[in-house]
Design a protein. Structure first.
Lengths: 224, 212
């Protein structure tokens, strides 16, 4: 199975809509809405959240995404009621982008930590303007130039795999100038088959991170 | 006056809170309309009305069970931020009193302090932010002082309620730094915080239920 997601919103319609959107990209992931009050009004309900949490964790854990203020507090309260279970994470993430990034990561079989990280890095700011880096940093950067060989290129699923795996590493890594730990930024590249990827990484896990990107790209993300 | 409070007191407190919240529904709505989204009175009234139904359906056996029932119900039925905030307060109070059938003054103070700490942890507000905390913190301080000077539970709760009322009144000149009112800046000055006001009402109900 995979990590499940619970979408907590003040509005039942909004929660259901986010689930609908995310399900398109993650058909095998358990996605449960917990929106609105028991009587259908606007608000968040502890009972609904706890019910959804119980059903979303099918063994690999669950990640909770929330919309505004009191939805966060209700989700936190639900976790407190349940005794802060280790297999449930509350993602500090934008609802729509976070849910989609997390759903795609869960669909690819990523672990609980990686799915949560995928949500939380979904909306990283665009790459900062280039700055003149000190020489020693440039010297320790690990780089690679790779070409996408799979027909679909760097679409949502491989973007989520890369961002998820890289997100769990201690590394600063960019692909064609965008943060490779963010699934949304990778998708903005719109990189199709034949596109050249310039990978630059620094940090303790730089070598491992670039090796991972290389093996995924050269294997066509398992799609060929 | 007895030197402990029991389950009957806890149930009486919740029932009296429901009555007081219902009576002050419009007043709380008006306070919230001035600096918030106007739903505090209605949301709390709905929550406490639901508590009455639960108390009738499955009467709790201990004060802790009564607090837990209140926590669960408020978190499920209130809808706005007051649900998880009051819910957490009651949940932490339930944990603080455990399975005890009778609560002495020291246990009551521990429960009030745990409730206040729960609201702080959940809402991430501090004293002076123009929130519930501005009623709760003086209440806990006053209850602690009263218990240390040997007061009985009813007097401890009365001291807490009086301090909470003063704390709620003292929110009027403040600029809000948390919640919806924080968007208003200086326009929040001159209005009492509805959460601090409802906290004072509920703490006064606790004292009255104890016969103070």
């Amino acid at each position: 199975m995979s990590v499940g997601l619970v979408i907590v919103s003040h509005s039942a319609q909004l929660a259901a809509g986010v689930v609908e959107l995310a399900a398109q990209m993650a058909p095998n992931v358990v996605l449960l809405p917990a929106g609105g009050m028991d009587d259908g009004g606007i608000g968040t309900s502890l009972e609904k959240v706890m019910e959804a949490l119980g059903a979303a964790d099918t063994g690999d854990g669950a990640v909770v995404l929330t919309d505004l203020g009191s939805a966060v507090m209700t989700a936190e309260s639900a976790l407190e009621f349940l005794g802060s279970p280790e297999n449930v994470r509350l993602a500090d993430a934008p609802l729509v982008e976070g849910a989609i990034a997390a759903a795609v990561a869960a669909q690819s079989g990523a672990s609980l930590d990686v799915v949560c990280k995928a949500a939380e890095t979904a909306l990283q700011p665009a790459a900062a303007p280039p700055v003149v880096e000190p020489v020693e940093t440039q010297a320790t950067a690990v780089t690679a130039v790779l070409t996408l060989i799979n027909p679909m290129g760097l679409h949502a699923r491989p973007a989520a795999v890369l961002a998820g795996e890289l997100g769990a590493m201690d590394v600063d890594i960019e692909i064609n100038g965008v943060d490779a730990q963010s699934v949304m930024m990778l998708m903005t590249l719109g990189a199709g088959q034949g596109t050249e990827l310039n990978v630059t990484a620094t940090g303790p896990d730089a070598r491992r991170a670039v090796a991972l990107v290389r093996s995924e790209v050269e294997a066509g993300f398992g799609e060929i | 006056m007895p030197n402990t409070l029991d389950t009957a007191w806890a149930i009486a407190w919740l029932r009296l809170s429901a009555t007081v919240v219902a009576e002050n529904r419009m007043a709380l709505i008006e306070l919230d309309r001035a600096i918030g989204d106007g739903d505090h009175g209605e949301n709390l009234d709905r929550g406490f009305t639901a508590i009455l139904e639960k108390l009738d359906a499955e009467p709790p056996a201990t004060p802790g069970a009564a607090f837990k029932l209140a926590a669960m119900t408020l978190m499920s039925k209130v809808g706005g931020a007051a649900g998880p905030l009051y819910g957490t307060a009651y949940l932490r109070a339930a944990t603080a009193v455990g399975e005890a059938a009778e609560l002495d003054a020291a246990t009551l103070v521990a429960a009030l302090a745990a409730a206040r700490d729960g609201v702080v942890a959940r809402g991430k507000a501090e004293t002076g932010d123009k929130t519930m905390i501005d009623a709760w913190t003086p209440a806990v301080d006053a209850a602690t002082a009263a218990a240390e000077s040997g007061a009985e539970p009813a007097a401890v709760l009365a001291a807490a309620a009086t301090a909470a009322e003063a704390g709620a009144a003292a929110t009027e000149p403040l600029i809000a730094r948390k919640g919806r009112a924080s968007y208003l800046g200086e326009r929040a000055i001159g209005h009492r915080d509805p959460g601090a006001q409802s906290s004072a009402l509920i703490l006064r109900a606790a004292a009255q239920a104890a016969g103070a």
